[in-house]
Design a protein around this ligand. Structure first.
Ligand code: PHE
Length: 452
């Protein structure tokens, strides 16, 4: 496909919504509360905020910039921008290809639970505030191989159908309509949760840091979460950046996406933690946390069944925005670099992910004793992507921009060839990318993996 006939986002607003659609997903609603709960609350949130500002934001800017500058898929973009004797940089694109498969293998499993919960919410069968009952309902779903695989394949099937239609028609159309609705419902949930008796304890857990809980593992986990939530370090933002318009203000877009993503996470946290303490749930419950506490909050309010159903529908849609952006990484590589037609590329990627997803999904049932390095397949795929491949991709991206792509071209790209008056801001971003951000990621990685 020649560069000027490439599919792309049709408006500046469309870019913002689709990028936000990638960032906001189960990472905000499911992973953020789960990890904040297991890592001790406010201290973790603090480290997460630092990671988002000092690492997440600069990497997001760098990644979308590389995509827009090269106008190619994750592999081709490095191929186009790296000097002839340094084509090894394309390995970063291939790492993204791998990460997309690993993430989707477990992400589609969780999205499948959300789909299943839509129907459970409708039937009223999850309307309970009793922790034991809620846990039993969740446990029954995730340990049943046929049901959880069925829902995972439904999720992947839906995503595959949409992705076949390409970027502007498929992704943009779906995401732009539904984001505001999810936001609204989260606000309603927060209000109910914050007015439960005992809510203060949850707020203190989320906002009053206990510095002793900030361990090396917690820091690595917070960094991994920042990568995961902002969809960076594995080619998604690069691929989306390649569909950006030439007049898109990249730093401003990244800043808005980061802030909106953070807001959604905080709203989810404020909806969940007060109810954890009010109803006596376990804050460190992990993956099951959202699936137990959210129904409890809805159950305690009028019209709960209807709202709960809408909430799970919206969460399913939010997860779809993220899934589409993940799937776009391999689909773009297959269709642009290897000239596989888009429909076939979509099918190939989906089937591959479906197969890889089987062990992840069965990790909660028949394969629960099958572990590698103490992790079941679900946790292993999560660990490898969030705590290894994405931070590594982040370091390499920073080094590529800071030392290979260089200051002049970065300035041209980020000021839209002088059309924007943000030169000082761009210089600060470049400084972060060249020195501070990669150094921070390296230190956190080595520390978290107990090397230093
Ligand atoms: N950011 C998405 C979420 O929070 C997940 C994601 C990761 C999407 C990586 C794309 C790439 O749910």
């Amino acid at each position: 496909m020649s560069q000027n006939t490439r599919d792309g986002f049709t408006s500046t607003f469309g870019v913002l919504v689709a990028t936000l659609g990638s960032a906001v997903g189960l990472g905000n609603i499911w992973k953020f509360p789960a990890l904040t709960g297991t890592n001790g609350g406010a201290g973790f949130l603090l480290v997460y905020l630092l990671a988002t500002l000092l690492v997440g934001l600069p990497v997001m800017i760098a990644e979308t910039m590389i995509g827009r500058a090269a106008r190619g898929d994750a592999v081709t973009s490095f191929d186009r921008l790296a000097p002839p004797n340094q084509k090894g940089w394309i390995a970063v694109g291939w790492m993204g290809f791998l990460a997309a498969f690993l993430i989707l293998a477990f992400y589609s499993d969780v999205a499948g639970w959300v789909y299943a919960y839509i129907f459970k919410a409708m039937s009223g069968s999850i309307a309970t505030t009793d922790p034991k009952a809620a846990e039993a309902i969740f446990g029954e779903l995730v340990s049943d191989p046929m049901t959880s695989l069925f829902w995972q394949w439904v999720v992947l099937g839906v995503a595959c159908c949409i992705i076949m239609f390409g970027v502007s028609k498929g992704i943009e159309a779906v995401t732009r309509r539904l984001m505001p609705l999810l936001f609204l419902l989260l606000v309603v949930l927060c209000v109910r949760s914050l007015t439960l008796s005992g809510a203060e304890q949850g707020l203190a857990f989320l906002f009053r840091p206990d510095l002793s809980k900030i361990t090396p593992t917690a820091i690595l986990t917070a960094l991994g979460l920042a990568f995961f939530k902002l969809s960076i370090g594995m080619g998604t933002m690069l691929t989306y950046g390649s569909y950006f318009r030439p007049d898109q203000n990249i730093p401003a877009t990244a800043m808005r996406v980061m802030l909106a993503d953070l807001t959604v996470s905080l709203l989810a946290g404020m909806a969940i933690f007060p109810s954890v303490f009010a109803f006596g749930f376990e804050p460190a419950a992990g993956p099951s946390l959202v699936f137990m506490t959210i129904p409890a909050v809805f159950t305690s309010m009028p019209g709960g069944t209807v709202f709960m159903t809408i909430f799970f529908i919206l969460t399913a849609i939010a997860s779809l925005g993220a899934i589409l952006s993940l799937l776009e990484v391999p689909v773009a590589i297959l269709s642009e670099r290897f000239h596989v037609n888009r429909k076939a590329a979509s099918l190939m990627a989906t089937v591959g992910i479906g197969l890889l997803g089987v062990p992840a999904t069965l990790s909660f049932g028949v394969l629960k004793d099958f572990t590698i390095g103490g992790l079941n397949s679900f946790d292993l795929f999560d660990f490898l992507s969030s705590n290894a491949l994405m931070p590594l991709g982040g370091i390499l991206l920073c080094l590529f921009v800071g030392w290979v792509y260089g200051p002049q071209r970065t300035e041209q790209q980020l000021t839209n060839h002088g059309a924007l008056t943000n030169r000082n801001q761009v210089r600060a971003i470049f400084f972060l990318l060249r020195y501070l951000t990669p150094l921070l990621i390296i230190l956190v990685l080595l520390h978290g993996l107990k090397v230093i």
